[in-house]
Ligand binder design. Structure first.
Ligand code: SAM
Length: 351
């Protein structure tokens, strides 16, 4: 059964808690101040209440603050830039009146942004899924066909073009401009990753990361006081400028139904996604499951499939993997939303 959607203010309160837990004190404080603005019937109330989007599931407040962040990054909000570290600011508390003044000045742009899907491409999530990719690759020892759904700008599909050093177990490219070295709380074996034979990706609203507008949009969804995420995203964009993954404009269910049956024999096909599931309509989720189940039932040792997903599981996401032909499901890792504190799942104690 679908979880009940909370009220607007409750959705904001939960988002504020999440921002605090994930290390963005600026957004945690700002969002709490926005709740006050809603309760007073202010501009935030006027713009966010009665929207067709679900406040929590559609992350309405993240769309709202990202719309303003975009104005800041563009250089059009100097009073906020003084506070936003992403624009060289000091990281001090964002003044609500300054924030609302920018919302008011760019009202049409903000309203337009509220109707658009959340567009992140959080490359830190590569550190969460790489242990699962290594696990599957070691098991099958075949070149990889990588199929990503909900890929946004395709930056996670470039995962093998980044470098990883997990307590001395390395993978990827050690001279890449983007290196992950301290994302794990526990050691994971990253050995045995085979070459990527081919990669493809889709998104319902793909971003062309060679377009400066799209780059700005992606950067605007990073929380302004999170330097590391900003730096990593910029590095991934610079790598994509040389090796960009084409992201097909398609619904995930339709795309997978078309793509998965045509995969190359002699490769291990990895279907993967991160923080996408909650955004998919029910029919799309059903289709994705159905295609995987049908192709899983048909596959053999020459064209195996692994389905790897980093998706919410209770308070935190986990990385799950189902492999076919065996059909086994494993939780490979627990993670945070942005690919930090990746750790081993707690195994149940034998009775
Ligand atoms: C929160 S973003 C995550 C993007 C990326 N996977 C990441 O981890 O950075 C969710 C993505 O799902 C995409 N999406 C939503 N509905 C979709 C659908 N029906 N089919 C394909 N992609 C979809 C959105 O456009 C968006 O790019």
């Amino acid at each position: 059964m679908a979880a009940e959607e909370p009220s607007l203010t409750e959705a904001l309160r939960r988002q504020a808690v999440a921002c605090r837990q994930l290390g963005s004190l600026q957004y945690a404080d700002l969002i709490m101040d926005l709740i006050g603005d809603i309760e007073r019937g202010g501009l935030t109330h006027e713009l966010l209440h009665d929207r067709p989007e679900a406040p929590l599931r559609d992350a309405l407040v993240l769309r709202y603050v990202a719309a303003v962040h975009r104005v800041v990054l563009r250089g059009d909000a100097p009073s906020l830039a003084l506070r936003y570290p992403s624009a060289g600011g000091d990281g001090a508390r964002i003044d609500l009146a300054d924030f609302l003044a920018v919302v008011d000045a760019y009202r049409d742009e903000v309203v337009d942004a509220l109707g658009r899907t959340v567009q992140t491409n959080e490359v830190g999530r590569c550190a969460s899924i790489v242990p699962a990719i290594a696990h599957a690759a070691r098991e099958h020892r075949m070149p990889l066909t990588m199929l990503e759904i909900g890929a946004s700008g395709g930056l996670i599909s470039n995962w093998d073009r980044y470098g990883y050093d997990c307590f001395g177990s390395t993978a990827g490219q050690q001279h890449s401009a983007l290196q992950f070295t301290d994302n794990w709380d526990d050691p994971f074996d990253l050995s045995g990753i085979t070459e990527v034979y081919t990669r493809a990706a889709c998104d319902i609203a793909p971003l062309d990361v060679s377009d400066p507008e799209a780059q700005l949009r992606l950067l605007s969804f990073v929380w302004p006081d999170q330097h590391r995420r900003f730096k990593n995203l910029r590095a991934a964009l610079s790598i994509a400028a040389l090796e960009r993954v084409q992201v097909d404009h398609s619904d995930a269910g339709e795309w997978l139904a078309d793509t998965l049956p045509r995969r190359a024999r002699g490769t291990l096909t990895i279907v993967f996604h991160s923080i996408v599931w909650q955004y998919l309509p029910r029919a799309t989720k059903d289709r994705v499951r159905e295609v995987l189940r049908d192709e899983g039932a048909r596959c053999d040792a020459e064209n195996p499939i692994a389905w790897i997903r980093l998706e919410p599981a209770g308070d935190h996401p986990d990385v799950r993997m189902t492999t076919w032909p065996a059909g086994d499901e494993t939780v490979v890792a627990l993670s945070s939303y942005h690919g930090a504190a990746v750790r081993r799942p707690v195994m149940p104690t034998p009775a």
